[in-house]
Design a protein around this ligand. Sequence first.
Ligand code: GTP
Ligand code: MG
Length: 425
Amino acid sequence: MFVDQVQIYVKAGDGGNGLVAFRREKYVPKGGPAGGDGGNGGDIIFEVDEGLNTLMNFRYNRHYKAKHGENGMSKSQHGKNAAPLIVPVPPGTIITDTETDETIADLTVHKQQALIAKGGRGGRGNVRFASPRNPAPDIAEKGEPGIEKTLQIELKLLADVGLVGFPSVGKSTLLSVVTAAKPKIADYHFTTLAPNLGVVSTEDQRSFVMADLPGLMEGAHTGVGLGHQFLRHIERTRVIVHVIDMASTEGRDPHDDYMKINDELKAYEPALMDRPQIIAANKMEMPTANENLESFKSKLQTDVSVFPISALTRSGLRDLLFAVADLLETTYVEPLEEELDEKVIYRHTKQEAPFTISRDPDGVFVISGAKIEKLFHMTDFAYDESTQRFSRQLRGLGVDEALRKRGAKDGDTVRLLDYEFEFIE
Ligand SMILES: Nc1nc2c(ncn2[C@@H]2O[C@H](COP(=O)(O)OP(=O)(O)OP(=O)(O)O)[C@@H](O)[C@H]2O)c(=O)[nH]1
Ligand SMILES: [Mg+2]
């Protein structure tokens, strides 16, 4: 199986901070709380776009950050929620969290979406902390941080384009100069024993998958040479690029080659004749090639496009690739049964313990864990009431109890991220 893979980083937007504010009223020093809630941070959502067929976009851009929610405002106004960041992916994309090695989503169908990283909730403003006992609370929450993750993105490649032709016409050489693939190249027949795939990226940012297939010969459909077992790979491709040695390096007539290969394709599967073809007339830098090309064209009975190239000197490639990309845009082939895969995995990441306690060499108790760190980030330590609320939250989660069990005594230092406090019995 040929797989394209890339690692990326995503960060959903943080929630906006809640605000501490008070209404200003004549003769009333604190006219009641009026600090609004922060807006929610933007989610990171992956969405299938069937127009994509490679992970090329991820190679150009490996960082995806959604916008933060707006901070809460005075007069109890809610900050705006941030819009989600929608990242288009090709069908067949599998997304794995590199930290947990868990598959987060397996996206197959057009427009299908998966929530990849949730944006942070907006912090609550002081309006929400008002109670009969505390009508003018000096407390607000900071926004919840958006989820961040490093992801492994994988796509099983299916070739869009297949290179066909006699052995040694330069199929592998062509693949090696238009993609990052490194197929074996040599001047003997059947150098290529199994298909090689590469991702082509055209100058105008289109991309497609090209397969270099083992050479075909007369009789391939009956099992001569390596042909037969690889003809089925051609069935999967949407466009066929017919590579021809225009320099007649081995003494064969280029037009004869063209007819024979087509006969083989037809004998194997008549429907292959409906597959659009493009001719890559290769080895054009050789002295006799031009003359051969003229005679080839004069014999040609169809209106198939011919692109003179030299894989060796890398000339003529740009136009050839543009033509292939154009044809791909207008060619649809019903996928083979076995490729239809409606299975969708979508699991939530494992439930983590809210916190863990360890001890540093200096004797300090260290608390860590996603949940508790989130509470920490959402606390605005500038306000005493917020700080007190944080202590209550720690107690509520059982941190005090756990510290005591680990042997913490009155006055011991406890650390959480870059915040240190004393353990008080
Ligand atoms: N002069 C010239 N030689 C080329 C060109 N392209 C490929 N060759 C040579 O042709 C020979 C065969 O090239 P390959 O790319 O291995 O051919 P292939 O079609 O993949 O052959 P098989 O894998 O055996 O089917 C090598 O010696 C290449 O260097 C070209 O544009 N000009
Ligand atoms: Mg080859």
